[in-house]
Design a protein around this ligand. Sequence first.
Ligand SMILES: [Zn+2]
Length: 77
Amino acid sequence: MALDIKKDKKKEKRCYFCINNKSVIDYKEVQTLRRFVSSYMKIAPRRRSGLCAWHQRKVSRAIKQARIAGLLSFVSK
Ligand SMILES: [Zn+2]
């Protein structure tokens, strides 16, 4: 039966910050935050970022802080 193989990896941890054991996301780490914004500088949705709910909240907060601090832009140029 080929049908019951497809959902093999569903319990695998995908969240970038959980894997790296990071609980604090610094808004000054622009290199890290850049991974979670699209080319239009929008915050990536969870289905794209693969983050867990807890870290997705932290990341979106950090990105917003970084924008205010001038480290990330609000819109693409
Ligand atoms: Zn996580």
